[in-house]
Unconditional design. Structure first.
Lengths: 347, 366
């Protein structure tokens, strides 16, 4: 048996863009930090919030954009149209803004059945109505067969902030509680199951939903809200690591407090996924002072989308900028961002 | 959730931990063989709960970690061919070959597909008769039945454009190889529960007798691991060296006979090179004579595994239980999951990846 094993050449060259660069983990962070931030440097972008915030004629506005390439375009609990509206509406909500107007850019592959397009557009309109926003401008392009994947959608949105709070990672304080709005991972597993026909006994539906209503209620109640994040790509773990790193404060989580449904856990156990990294499209965390925790849970409980809200951890007094979790059996572990997306394991 | 929650029960875990503290009177070194167990130990912080001197060392049971670099290179070479659709389990995609990996090959245009079952690759082959479909068949005894089933189905359905690049390995020869090493410090084993579900555990009796080591077939949940460890320490303290089964809800002494039949029909035992451990005789599976026509190496040229080259990465020492990930000078600095120097940092079940993910590069307060 030899002693010194092989050391393959380090593959640090990011010569080509890989899927991991869009996976919501470290690789994407690095792309943002080394390419986009230096190229476009400005205070709004540098804040690295879910959307940009600025004042126009004395009014605080939030502005954000997102693109949607989900495969398959229809899945249990939603479709690419629902996602495209809710995703942007939710990014505005995370700025504490009331969503007003959206744009929609559609890139359609030739050969898409018109009925499918009609269904997607119907979902967009329905989602916009639910969120109290209007789609006021748009663009359509059709590309050659094979140059796209049925349909890609970009949406951008503006919203108005009707409160005077600063909301962002820098605002979090020691002792703050971390409130999670509901169970984790259903969107990721619903899409995965729809894509791969996992042969599950019961259908898992996406959690895709608009989040503005509960957020605006929390803010209207005057709670001492410090930070809001929706838990999309990269999941709960990546969102909290981003907050911890940006604030320089440590965050402690209790694994036993984090709600994950049994069917989602079952798929995770089977494929070797950790639910705290799974994508959600209707979940957020609110970080606020402990004094407001009970009120926050009461307010969130009134909205079906956040009726399962729970306190899952708190902000520590230490300042290493890290997230730690107490495991179910009492051991402690660090929670870090993944490099890219989770890959199903061999056995 | 049944079969999960009761094995993550904090009160039950506390009781086993307390008893483990009571029965442990001397330092012991126990190796958990399987990467899934390593992952659970670090994820749940099980090692932080143990008595002083009771050390868990992490074994070679991560299939991704022990696949020789030349097989990864061959996979990349085959995937790059325009006439090939290359199918693999997800976690092989990030494993570095000599100068690339399958994810990079995919970004360069190779048709690489993640499959959840090897039989899906046969389906892809029958749907794409003008393409060669190659499945990367790696893993231990656990994945061997499903991989064998893929070749069996291809044969039965006459899917001739399907083949497998096989780098299968077997657990017992690797355990023996560790025990015969002059540097061995392992005094007891937690054997890999899922491997035993397939193969049973009779095969471990001669090893326990010959090398005087207790071997406890152990599951993957925190309580499984604590109980397995408890059984192992009880044997060590009493001077016994027997094979015991902690994972009785899944493992029978004789294993799963239909699974063993399909393995012996499709595969035969061959010598294998292990990344980090070197060549171990009779430690792998290759396709049997009757299934040779589905061997990608027969179809596209053979792989010539070479001994590993020296380097800063100490993954070989880690997989032999001689070192822990933080002992490596490159751990968390030059070697991270984003830019891994060795396979134990790549695979989600590799020890270095588990330490990096759950412990970070700074110590976690116990």
């Amino acid at each position: 048996m030899n002693d010194g094993p092989s050391c393959p050449t380090p593959l640090v060259d990011d010569e080509l863009i890989e899927l991991a660069h869009g996976g919501g983990g470290r690789r994407m962070q690095r792309l943002i930090e080394t390419l986009f931030l230096p190229a476009f440097a400005n205070p709004q972008l540098d804040a690295r919030h879910d959307g940009a915030m600025f004042k126009v004629a004395g009014q605080r506005l939030a502005f954000t954009t997102d693109s949607y390439v989900v495969d398959p375009i229809f899945f249990p609990g939603g479709d690419i149209g629902t996602l495209a509206v809710n995703g942007t509406v939710n990014d505005l909500a995370m700025c504490g803004a009331k969503p007003l107007h959206l744009s929609a850019g559609l890139i359609i592959e030739e050969g898409l059945p018109t009925a499918d397009l009609q269904r997607v557009v119907g979902s967009m309109q329905h989602a916009a109505e639910q969120a109290g926003a209007t789609i006021v401008t748009g663009d359509t392009k059709v590309v050659d067969k094979g140059k796209g994947d049925r349909i890609f959608i970009n949406t951008a949105g503006i919203g108005v902030c009707e409160h005077a709070r600063d909301i962002g990672p820098q605002q979090i304080q020691p002792g703050d509680v971390i409130v999670l709005s509901g169970d984790l991972g259903r969107h990721a597993i619903a899409v995965l199951a729809a894509r791969n026909d996992l042969g599950l006994e019961a259908e898992i539906t996406s959690d895709c939903a608009p989040l503005a209503a509960p957020i605006l209620d929390l803010l209207a109640a005057g709670l001492d809200m410090h930070c809001l994040r929706d838990l999309t790509r990269g999941g709960l773990a990546s969102a909290l690591v981003e907050v911890a790193e940006a604030s320089g404060r440590d965050i402690a989580l209790e694994e036993s407090a984090i709600p994950v449904r049994d069917d989602v856990r079952g798929v995770c156990e089977l494929l070797g996924f950790d639910p705290i990294y799974l994508a959600n499209e209707g979940r957020f965390i609110a970080i606020l002072s402990e004094a407001g925790a009970a009120d926050a849970l009461r307010i969130l409980g009134r909205h079906s989308v956040s009726s399962g809200a729970k306190i899952i951890g708190r902000v520590e007094t230490t300042t290493a900028g890290q997230v730690e979790m107490t495991s179910l059996i009492g051991g402690r572990r660090r929670v870090d961002m993944l490099s890219g997306e989770q890959l199903p394991r061999i056995c | 959730m049944r079969y999960i929650d009761e094995f993550r029960d904090p009160e039950a875990a506390k009781r086993v931990v307390a008893s483990l503290h009571e029965i442990t009177t001397r330092p012991w070194t126990v190796m958990e063989v399987c990467g899934g167990q390593t992952h659970a130990i670090v994820r749940f912080g099980i090692d932080q709960l143990l008595p002083d001197g009771l050390e868990l060392v992490h074994g070679p049971g991560c299939p991704v970690c022990v696949t020789p670099v030349q097989y990864v290179d061959k996979a990349i070479e085959l995937a790059a061919r325009p006439d090939v659709i290359f199918c693999s389990f997800g976690d092989m995609l990030r494993v570095p070959g000599t100068d690339s990996d399958l994810l990079k090959a995919k970004a360069r245009g190779a048709d690489i597909r993640i499959v959840y079952s090897p039989v899906d690759a046969v389906q892809i082959a029958s749907e794409n008769p003008d393409k060669q479909v190659v499945f990367f068949a790696v893993g231990f005894e656990t994945t061997a039945p499903a991989n064998a089933m893929a070749a069996f189905q291809a044969h039965r359905q006459g899917v001739s454009n399907f083949s497998m690049l096989v780098s299968h390995v077997l657990v017992p020869p690797a355990m023996e190889s560790l025990l015969t090493s002059p540097t061995n410090r392992v005094q007891g084993f937690l054997a890999a529960g899922h491997v035993c579900t397939v193969m049973g555990y009779e095969v471990y009796r001669p090893i326990a007798d010959k090398y005087r080591v207790p071997i406890v077939v152990t599951g993957f949940e925190p309580l499984d691991i604590l109980q397995g460890l408890h059984m192992c320490v009880r044997q060590l303290e009493a001077g016994r060296a027997e094979v015991e089964n902690q994972y009785a809800r899944s493992v029978r002494p004789e294993g799963n006979s239909p699974a063993q039949s399909i393995i012996s029909e499709v595969f035969r035992v061959v010598p294998r090179q292990w990344r980090g451990l070197g060549e171990i005789p009779q430690s792998g599976l290759g396709l049997s004579e009757a299934y040779r026509i589905y061997d990608a190496e027969e179809r596209f040229g053979r792989v010539a595994p070479e001994p590993d080259h020296d380097g800063v990465c100490i993954s070989g020492r880690i997989m032999q239980g001689l070192a822990k990930p933080p002992d490596c000078p490159a751990f968390g600095t030059r070697c991270t999951p984003d830019s891994p120097l060795g396979v134990t940092m790549v695979s989600s079940e590799g020890s270095c990846a588990a330490y990096h993910r759950y412990r970070g590069t700074t110590p976690v307060a116990a």
